[in-house]
Design a protein around this ligand. Structure first.
Ligand SMILES: *Cc1c(COP(=O)(O)O)cnc(C)c1O
Length: 430
């Protein structure tokens, strides 16, 4: 495969942009080699600057549930584009997206649009603190909620109540306000509530974890968090930046039937342009300025182009049969890869919820961050490189989801299964 143009661009980018990339997940450090610079996408495919074609399972890390350059999204954007780019004044499109979101997610009675998932999670936490008058929050090891200071925190090795920043530059005092529990382990949450009685403003989690690879919630986990937070007077925040409009039209809260107090959205609701949102119970959202005393603002919040792309995307998703189609194509992919793995006797743990899935090189079930991290990264890197050579573009990290879009055909999936069978062969015939 010729990668000379990408290699040249990457060399130049590294001199000007840290690591040559504007988000670290784009770098190929975890899998070796340099990133492919992507020139264009259409449907399930992307083409790099050297003209190589790939079936894409990154989907811009989640937003592109309709695939690349969906004609209805592109057409809606062209209409909006001609009307002006941004006004810093309310527009009808923002109201339409708010109506769509509150209609799809029954727990969301009021919603505020922002420009990224990071802002959505950061603001939801602030709203929870403003509403409860408490300061501590509980998050889960392995869950990602964007890069706000207080959310870049992991459990220290010393015990359940000891938290450390997982980025340089985050003050230890901020990290100390964030308590870290174990995913799918209610007891670890109970212990934190006991140690900080009356001090916890909120529990925030991804209702399906998607940032250490895909980890579904165990039976009773979300329900248990709901009753625990209610009992303790803390808010339950679902970060549905990935799962909103992905695992079901109404997100994970509809799929699992558990109602959070606040919800964070992003990715799909911007259809590939920068948007985020946070919303929830009316009395909680009434703390947000200018109604209430919690400040949060944004020059480009609810940007006309971004809401147009989101609305056009969600309108397609609202049509009958869309999620059934995604489920059947995604299930075929997961089963095909599992069958290919069984042939080669390679232990794989495949986790999938609808159109988000992960293939872990792991002989044990993956149920939390620790079991995910026990997966074989070296094997994943080899698998990733062989898949790429064969024209399948997966996430360049063992701990990310693969996303299926409505543009992925049965033919794409059958090709991918064939490529996986070759990539899983211990000694490929060259
Ligand atoms: C991607 C993501 C975010 C951050 O969104 P950005 O738009 O990248 O800031 C927050 N939470 C979850 C669950 C995400 O997957």
């Amino acid at each position: 495969m010729d990668t000379s143009r990408s290699a040249d661009l990457f060399r130049r980018a590294q001199a000007l942009i840290p690591g040559g990339v504007n988000s670290p997940v784009r770098s190929f450090r975890a899998v070796g080699g340099g990133p492919h610079f992507i020139r264009r996408g259409s449907g399930s495919r992307v083409w790099d600057e050297d003209g190589n074609e790939f079936i894409d399972y990154v989907g811009s890390w989640g937003p592109l549930i309709l695939g690349h350059a969906h004609p209805e999204v592109v057409e809606a954007l062209a209409d909006t584009l001609a009307m002006g780019l941004s006004f810093g004044a309310p527009t009808a499109g923002e109201l339409e997206l708010a109506e769509i979101i509150t209609g799809a997610l029954p727990s969301v009675e009021m919603v505020r649009l922002v420009s990224s998932g990071t802002e959505a999670a950061m603001s939801a936490v602030r709203a929870a603190r403003a509403y409860t008058g408490r300061e501590k929050i509980i998050k889960f090891a392995g869950c990602y909620h964007g890069h706000a200071d207080g959310l870049l925190v992991e459990a220290g090795s010393g015990g359940a109540t000891y938290s450390v920043p997982n980025s340089a530059g985050v003050p230890a005092a901020y990290a100390g306000e964030t308590l870290v529990a174990h995913y799918n382990d209610l007891t670890s949450v109970e212990r934190l509530f006991e140690a900080h009685q009356g001090g916890v403003a909120a529990v925030i989690l991804e209702p399906v974890a998607g940032n250490v690879g895909v980890i579904p919630p165990a039976d009773g986990f979300l329900e248990g968090l709901r009753s625990l937070t209610t009992r303790e007077g803390a808010l339950l925040i679902f970060d549905e930046v990935i799962t909103g409009f992905r695992v079901a039209y109404g997100g994970a809260q509809t799929l699992y039937g558990v109602t959070p107090d606040l919800t964070c959205l992003g990715k799909i609701i911007g259809g590939g342009l920068p948007v985020g949102a946070y919303g929830g119970r009316r009395e909680v959202m009434e703390v947000v300025a200018p109604l209430g005393s919690m400040y949060q603002a944004g020059t480009l919040s609810g940007n006309p182009l971004a809401v147009t792309a989101g609305i056009a995307t969600i309108k397609v998703l609202a049509r009958p049969g869309v999620y059934d189609g995604l489920e059947s194509v995604s299930s075929r992919l997961a089963k095909g890869i599992a069958a290919a793995a069984a042939e080669t006797h390679l232990p794989l743990a495949i986790n999938r919820v609808g159109s988000m899935m992960s293939v872990f090189f792991n002989s044990e079930p993956v149920v939390d961050a620790d079991s995910a991290m026990a997966s074989d990264r070296v094997r994943y890197a080899a698998y990733f490189r062989r898949m790429l050579e064969d024209g399948v573009y997966l996430a360049p990290s063992a701990f990310e989801a693969a996303f299926v879009s409505t543009a992925h055909t049965v033919g794409d999936v059958e090709y991918t299964i064939g490529a996986a069978a070759r990539a899983l062969e211990p000694h490929p015939a060259q």
